[in-house]
Structures are given as C-alpha cells and as structure tokens.
Design a protein around this ligand. Structure first.
Ligand code: DX5
Ligand code: ZN
Length: 219
C-alpha cells in the first residue's frame, strides 16, 4: 500500500507572497507542492510560468509537482524542467504526440505525469501506463480552484487500480479538484495515493495548514 501524500495546490495561495506560502506548506507537512500552470488557451485561466517557478525553487526543498494545463505543451516541457519542476504532468489533448512528450520529460530526468479530465477515458493513455510515473485524475474541469468535486471519477480510479494490480505496474494515482474532508476517504479507498487540494488546505480551520493536511491524510 503506497503512503498517502498531500500535494497542496498553490492556486489557492496568496499570490502576492507565494514564497512565504510555500514555506508555510513545507512547515505544515506538505509532501510536495502542486503548481498549477495555466495558459488561458488550454484552460480559460492564466497563472504562472517558468520565471516564477524558478524564483520559488530557491524557497523550498519540497518536490514541485507541476501540472501543465497548457497547449501545445511539447515545446515548453524543457523550460519547466529547467525552472525546477520535479514532476511534469501533461494533458494528452495538449500534445500531438504523447509518446514523444513522455520521452522528452524522461530524457530531462523528471517524473512523468499524465492527466485525465473528468470526461476523458483511460483508453486515451492505455498504451502508456508502463511509461509513466503518475496519473493525475481530474475531479473537476481544469481551470479554477474551489469547484465542486465530481464523484463519478472515483470509478475511473478504481478501474486504474485494477489495471495496475493486474499488470504489476507502479504509477502513483493523484486526484485533483474539490478534495475536502468529506470526500478524501472515498478518494483514498478508491485507490488515490496523492491528494491535491487548494481551497480546503488554505481556507479550512482558519487556514491551519498542518491541521488540514493531517485531516486529509485521515490522521
Ligand atoms: C484546477 C487545478 C487544481 C485546483 C485544485 O484546474 O488543476 O489543482 O487548483 O483546487 P481545489 O482544491 O480548490 O479544487
Ligand atoms: Zn492541478
């Protein structure tokens, strides 16, 4: 059984002091930092890019779990690797050659993540499951924090878990979007071992990050 990890999304952080915020996450027991990169094209929102990630890199030793909601993604992979990403997660719909993009991330010695939107089927990535380190299951439509959790995606996680066990594969299953204290147990029981959370971690219990992270870990 994989250790349950929490990857707080800085999309819900105070953008005027991101350096301080990621330090708070580190002190609060985060296992990694979920960095939502949005280009206003693949998703209808625009956030941060390589220069900001490069600046944040110096502030924190935790792994940067970089979620690229950008397209076309292939030509930008290297700049996120150079900026300090440790895990680079892409959307299959954002590249015209998923295999080449996976290989590119691998060549740069980064962990490879592939993300499935709520309506995207596992078939989209079936042929690559032995080549990726992490599958990011979206439980909201990408673009914004604070959205409502879509429980139907839990079936997809259960199916992935079965495929993983039947084929002796070892990828992490990360769930992202609307994760809170009411649904985190269902997500873990379905088979997710990394939980992304922005709103719940930064806004619940008067912003007590340590308490919120532990509650999501069912501690
Ligand atoms: C949405 C992002 C998520 C989001 C999670 O496109 O990929 O990571 O920030 O935020 P919450 O936990 O507030 O849904
Ligand atoms: Zn994300």
């Amino acid at each position: 059984m994989k250790k349950i990890q929490i990857s707080p999304s800085i999309l819900s952080a105070d953008f005027s002091q991101l350096g301080v915020e990621i330090k708070r996450l580190e002190e609060g027991g985060a296992d990694m930092i979920h960095v939502d990169v949005m280009d206003g094209h693949f998703v209808p929102n625009l956030t941060i890019g390589p220069p900001v990630i490069k600046a944040l890199r110096k502030q924190c030793d935790l792994k940067f779990d970089v979620h690229l909601m950008i397209s076309p993604v292939h030509k930008y992979i290297e700049s996120y690797a150079d900026a300090g990403a440790d895990i680079i997660t892409i959307h299959p719909e954002a590249t015209d050659n998923l295999e080449a993009s996976i290989l590119k991330i691998r060549e740069l010695n980064k962990k490879v993540g592939v993300s499935l939107n709520p309506e995207s089927k596992i078939d989209l990535i079936k042929g690559f499951l032995d080549k990726i380190d992490l599958i990011l299951i979206m439980s909201v439509n990408p673009g914004f924090g604070g959205q409502k959790f879509m429980p139907e995606v839990l079936e997809k996680i259960k199916e992935l878990k079965k495929i993983q066990n039947n084929n002796n594969l070892d990828f992490d299953i990360e769930i992202d979007g609307g994760i809170n204290f009411d649904n985190c147990k269902d997500a873990i029981e379905a088979g997710a071992n990394i939980l992304v959370s922005g709103t719940t971690i930064f806004k619940s219990n008067n912003g007590d990050i340590k308490k919120n992270i532990n509650l999501l870990k069912l501690k």
